[in-house]
Write a protein that binds this ligand. Structure first.
Ligand code: 4NP
Length: 147
């Protein structure tokens, strides 16, 4: 199973989602990656605040490098998780057919919360990153349990 986590910049939320899910699954059976719908930070490591909150929770995401989502990702991945509704629409906008669009889901649709969006913590304090970590962690527990 190949799973892709997608946000806007691929430096705050989706690198956390990649690191958290990787931490919960067997890498021999599940491949996890992340990408951004925008290309502002391609080639850069995750935001230092994401690296820090991951590290505090025992996960190293410092070696990840930002990349942009491409239409080929629809062929390479079985499941594509969007962090918020804007990411979701951007990915759906690139889908070539029904099969592509059916692969795309909001990450928080996996858990029972009212607001299905992982908020963008980029302009937030470090506290925002901890909250985002906890939301993603809960959703990844559900995904990992089903694999
Ligand atoms: P992300 O956060 O989508 O969680 O990686 C953002 C990072 C950078 C920007 C926006 C969101 N930016 O506008 O540069």
């Amino acid at each position: 199973m190949n799973i892709l986590m997608v946000c806007l910049g691929n430096i705050c939320r989706s690198p956390l989602a990649e690191g958290i899910l990787k931490h919960k699954v067997d890498s021999a059976h599940t491949y996890v990656d992340s990408a951004g719908t925008a290309g502002y930070h391609v080639g850069y490591p995750p935001d230092s605040r994401s690296i820090k909150v991951a590290q505090e929770n025992g996960i190293d995401i410092s070696q990840q490098r930002c990349r942009k989502f491409t239409v080929c990702d629809f062929d390479s991945f079985d499941l594509i998780y969007a962090m918020d509704k804007s990411n979701y629409s951007n990915i759906i906008g690139l889908a070539r057919n029904k099969k592509d669009s059916e692969k795309v889901t909001l990450l928080l649709s996996e858990i029972n919360v009212k607001n299905k969006e992982v908020p963008d913590p980029y302009y937030d304090s470090e506290d925002g990153f901890e909250k985002v970590f906890q939301m993603i962690d809960k959703a990844c527990d559900v995904i990992a349990a089903r694999l």
